[in-house]
Design a binder for this molecule. Structure first.
Ligand code: CU
Length: 319
């Protein structure tokens, strides 16, 4: 009797198993604690080590990658370090709140705590909104928050082999006169993840690293336009975006795109298959020539020897 019951259970399990394996597993909502320090200090804005007096989230430009799942509650604290000279704030584009309350600026030595629910899946910019906002963004106070869809990966939003974050911004070396930044005066270069030609050994320093994938892999790029004033014509030289997800929401899908125009403050996801069967290079660029010539080129090396850890887990924003 007992044996029969066990056998029956096994049969039921074996019938259910394929369905369980292929069904999307909805994530359980949780509270994610995020503490970020505003830190005013020098950062390097190219691969030569040229210094820039930045204002940052967490000490880096862009700030840390924040990643949660749709439905999660983000329990956030901004700590404005006492050694800083300016008030700062945090504006998460993934939050639905009161701009005058949650997004208020706090003085050095103070902190601001608030919570919000990540209601929409996708990729979103975050930035400082303290006056003058253009200056605080140009100084380096921006980053990305990824809200993974609660239903997980699906046929229309497949699991990628690798993921990379690319945040583009305008570099204003002087950064002193806020109204000049607002009027787009004084920007000399484009930064990708905080550096000029960050991943381009051809135009930048020959020591620069490139992004890496293996031939035939699916790569998902989470791209943020953190420019103060200029849209980005995001284009993969030698390839085609297989899918573009405007705002990174799996429900928004465009297929076979050569170039996608990313508005200021927009973030989107881009799926691309590295050419199969041989080693190749693709260049993800802002096809706006002024931006490409001044730093907005990212080389992707597609090789069987690709670093197995690059573009995986926490290693998606390459410093
Ligand atoms: Cu600020």
């Amino acid at each position: 009797m007992r044996k029969t019951a066990t056998t029956t259970t096994h049969r039921i399990l074996s019938l259910l198993l394929p369905a369980v394996l292929f069904a999307a597993t909805p994530a359980l909502a949780k509270t994610v604690k995020v503490d970020i320090h505003a830190i005013e200090h020098d950062v390097e804005i190219d691969n030569k080590g040229t210094k820039f007096a930045a204002w940052t989230f967490g000490g880096t430009m862009p700030g840390p990658v924040v990643r949660v799942t749709e439905g999660d509650t983000v329990d956030f604290t901004l700590i404005n370090d006492p050694g800083n000279g300016n008030s700062h704030s945090m504006d998460f584009h993934a939050a639905i709140v009161d701009v005058l309350d949650e997004f208020e600026a706090v003085k050095p030595g103070s902190s601001k705590h608030y919570t919000f629910d990540a209601k929409y899946p996708g990729v979103f910019m975050y930035h400082c909104g303290a006056a003058n906002m253009a200056q605080h963004i140009a100084k380096g106070m921006y980053g990305i928050i990824i809200v993974d869809p609660k239903e997980g990966y699906t046929k229309n939003y497949p699991k990628p082999d690798r993921e990379y974050v690319l945040v583009q911004s305008q570099f204003f070396p002087k950064c002193g006169d806020a109204m000049e930044i607002v009027e787009n005066i004084g920007s000399t270069n484009s930064l990708i993840n905080g550096k000029i030609f960050h991943y381009d050994p051809l135009h930048g320093e020959p020591s620069a690293k490139t992004l890496e994938s293996k031939p035939g892999e699916l790569v998902r790029i989470f791209f943020v336009n953190a420019n103060v004033n200029e849209p980005v014509a995001f284009h993969p030289i030698g390839n085609i975006w297989a899918r573009v997800y405007p705002n990174g929401n799996p429900k928004n899908v465009m297929y076979g795109m050569q170039t996608y125009n990313v508005a200021v403050s927009e973030a989107s996801a881009f799926d691309i298959y590295s050419p199969a069967g041989r080693t190749t290079h693709n260049a993800y660029v802002d096809h706006t020539m002024k931006a490409a010539h001044h730093g907005a080129i990212t080389i992707m090396t597609n090789s069987p020897e690709a670093d197995p850890n690059m573009g995986k887990g926490d290693n998606i924003l390459i410093r």
